[in-house]
Design a protein around this ligand. Structure first.
Ligand SMILES: Nc1ncnc2c1ncn2[C@@H]1O[C@H](COP(=O)(O)OP(=O)(O)OP(=O)(O)O)[C@@H](O)[C@H]1O
Ligand SMILES: [Mg+2]
Length: 360
């Protein structure tokens, strides 16, 4: 039966697509470029004096971008402000859950290989309730603007589970497919299976990062990949659908490879800007307070752009009074801004915040 957008696609073929070379010369070339960009990113990440700044911040930016695809719109500033308080408005909480889901995924694959179970863990974290594979029919993907149905995923828990088992086998396939091509192909398949009632896009985008970590191309989840995808959301949707409708795999793979290259390059640039910012602030902090000579203190200022007195107390093993006087000295020197959420005092490293949030 020919594919139709309203009919649940229970005939979705297992991977790899039969009779197709997934790596023609054009793909191989694009793969080389994307991998070179990723390698530079991994290297830049290692050169950073305080890698925590990346591990805290980049996943938060990734969370913001990926959630935005679902029209959950928050600002990076709000996210950083609420990261330790767990507060904020609905959109902020959702994006913070995305980061938690990403971290839960990383932890899960450090314990055991990526699987359907990992996907369930991630989706449950995102949705803040126990998710399981869809049982109820009727899930449809519609054009958000026109409401027109663009895709109907397979139905029946058994069918979905079988397709997920195939997907899992492909994810850990023994063939010599490039890991980036494998990620691209697996991402389409996961979205086409659409195992959950909701959260499939975000779960699938977390899985992309996990596949790169499993392949050894990244050691931490510091690729800001969803920014590149959301910047081209209409292409993302169009190309996913073109794989189903026309078997347009190669265009899809190119799209994902380009997104990897683009995001790796811009994340590397961001790291360079963070370094410059960090060096400048470290120097001025030394002039402003004795605390500026404590490497741990300067490091805390760069873990997150919003800092609390308690964090300094904890990391630097100093009294509240000392911590607060060090921070105040930096406020007086113009290096930090004073802010508040509720009754709590926050210190904003505004230069770092600017570096993190501006487009590269
Ligand atoms: N034609 C299509 N075929 C398969 N998957 C698609 C198609 N169009 C879009 N998708 C995927 O479905 C996702 C949306 O599904 P769902 O609402 O379950 O995910 P979400 O995480 O809640 O939303 P979003 O991805 O928009 O943030 C899209 O992000 C995309 O990955
Ligand atoms: Mg949704």
């Amino acid at each position: 039966m020919p594919w139709s957008p309203e009919q649940p696609f229970n005939d979705l073929p297992a991977l790899p697509p039969p009779g197709l070379d997934l790596e023609p010369k054009s793909v191989l070339k694009a793969t080389i470029q994307a991998r070179a960009a990723l390698a530079s990113l991994a290297q830049a990440g290692q050169l950073l004096p305080n890698p925590h700044v990346l591990i805290h911040s980049i996943p938060l930016l990734e969370a913001q971008a990926s959630s935005e695809i679902e029209n959950i719109v928050t600002t990076a500033d709000e996210l950083f402000k609420h990261v330790d308080s767990g507060g904020g408005d609905h959109a902020t909480k959702e994006a913070l859950r995305y980061r938690a889901a990403l971290f839960a995924g990383v932890e899960a694959i450090r314990a055991r290989p990526l699987s359907t179970r990992t996907a369930t863990t991630i989706c449950s974290r995102l949705q803040d309730r126990e998710m399981e594979v869809r049982r109820v029919p009727g899930t449809r993907i519609a054009n958000p603007a026109t409401r027109e149905i663009i895709y109907a995923p397979p139905e029946g828990a058994e069918t979905i589970r079988t397709k997920l088992a195939d997907w899992e086998r492909f994810v850990h396939g023994a063939d010599d497919l490039d890991p980036l091509v494998r990620m691209a192909v697996a991402h389409y398949q996961f979205e086409a299976i659409h195992p959950f009632h909701d959260g499939n896009g975000r779960t699938g985008r977390v899985i992309n990062i996990l596949m790169l970590i499993e392949a050894g191309l990244l050691t931490e989840p510091i690729l800001y990949l969803s920014r590149s995808i959301i910047a081209q959301k209409s292409d993302y949707y169009r190309l996913l659908r073109a794989v189903t409708a026309e078997g347009a795999w190669i265009e899809w793979i190119h799209f994902m490879l380009e997104a990897v290259r683009d995001s790796a390059t811009s994340t590397t640039r961001k790291i360079a800007s963070i370094r410059t910012c960090q060096e400048g602030i470290a120097e001025r902090a030394r002039a402003a307070t004795v605390g500026g000579r404590d490497a741990r203190f300067v490091s805390v200022l760069f873990e997150q752009p919003y800092c609390r007195i308690g964090t300094v107390v904890e990391h630097c093993e100093v009294s509240r009074q000392t911590a607060s006087s060090w921070l105040q000295a930096l406020v007086d020197a113009g290096l930090l801004f004073d802010a508040r959420i509720g009754r709590e005092r926050l210190f904003v490293n505004h230069e770092l915040l600017e570096v993190l949030t501006r487009p590269e």
